[in-house]
Design a protein around this ligand. Structure first.
Ligand SMILES: [Zn+2]
Length: 66
């Protein structure tokens, strides 16, 4: 599943293939199969990026069957 993010480091939006996406039962945060990777900054943690509006609708789509 490709999700659109905005990197807090370089302020650029990018698409990232995150693999399978679930929601963590304990934290209710998304669980991604693959690491988040900004094309400019390299690997980023979940706190280093923001979901764009497009990313949010992609997340809703990705997790609605979970
Ligand atoms: Zn970046």
């Amino acid at each position: 599943m490709i999700i659109n993010f905005k990197c807090k480091g370089c302020n650029q939006e990018f698409d990232c293939e995150m693999g399978k996406i679930g929601i963590n039962d304990q934290t209710f945060r998304p669980d991604f199969e693959k690491p988040n990777f900004c094309p400019r900054c390299g690997e980023r943690g979940l706190d280093d990026v923001l979901l764009t509006e497009l990313g949010q609708s992609q997340m809703t789509e990705a997790t609605k069957d979970a």
